[in-house]
Design a protein around this ligand. Structure first.
Ligand SMILES: Nc1nc2c(ncn2[C@@H]2O[C@H](COP(=O)(O)OP(=O)(O)OP(=O)(O)O)[C@@H](O)[C@H]2O)c(=O)[nH]1
Ligand SMILES: [Zn+2]
Length: 190
């Protein structure tokens, strides 16, 4: 379906939601809201249309470096699939190349692609890890995500300060020592 048609259809549904919530969709301030919301919805879920492996492969370079590469503090915003409310935080990625490296920005782009879908934090962590493992075939990958979930802050259990931490790893990161090196570098180097 083309983008314009998606916007049109979402617009109709969003106007119905406004009415159901007790609003008057015809009042001036809300006239363009169904369309604005439709565009925001499509932006926040644009990752469905994107191929993360293709992004990594678009900047894959042969290189003999075989030590840890870390990109940390990658900010992201996603939507939890249960409530469609934001969860947001930071992703940290490490990998140990095995003949190939990728452009550093591409690692952040992979996070962007998987975060712009309806997610649970665990699956997003796993998907980022697997995508890098499959595209670069490195000696190992590890992904740590630290996030706050608005569904736990502004509704439900209402725990403002809780933080959820997830990790996924492969290959060399099965060794506790390698994981510790990464965790030490992300938490202690500024
Ligand atoms: N594992 C996991 N759970 C999540 C994530 N985002 C939101 N949740 C949880 O999804 C669960 C859905 O539980 P339900 O009992 O079906 O929904 P609910 O009645 O709205 O639950 P409460 O949030 O406890 O009010 C809640 O415990 C949320 O905290 C996530 O990324 N991973
Ligand atoms: Zn939620």
């Amino acid at each position: 379906m083309i983008q314009e048609e998606k916007i049109e259809r979402l617009k109709v549904l969003n106007a119905k939601i406004l009415a159901l919530l007790g609003e008057t969709p015809q009042r001036e301030g809300l006239l363009k809201t169904p369309e604005r919301v439709a565009k925001a919805q499509l932006t926040l879920t644009r990752g469905y249309e994107m191929d993360a492996s293709a992004v990594l492969n678009s900047a894959k370079f042969q290189e003999s470096y075989q030590h840890m590469v870390i990109v940390k503090d990658i900010n992201f915003y996603s939507l939890c699939e249960h409530h469609m409310l934001p969860f947001y935080g930071k992703a940290h990625i490490a990998y140990i190349p095995n003949g190939y490296i990728t452009g550093l920005s591409k690692l952040a782009r992979v996070v962007d692609i998987y975060s712009h879908r309806l997610q649970v934090q665990e699956r997003m962590t796993q998907q980022v890890m697997e995508c890098i493992q499959d595209a670069l075939n490195p000696l190992g990958v590890m992904v740590v995500i630290e996030a706050k979930h608005m569904c736990m802050q502004m509704r439900g259990v209402e725990k403002e300060n809780s933080m959820t931490v997830t990790s996924a790893f492969s290959g060399a990161f099965n060794q506790a020592k390698t994981r510790e090196e990464f965790l030490d570098l992300i938490h202690n180097s500024k």
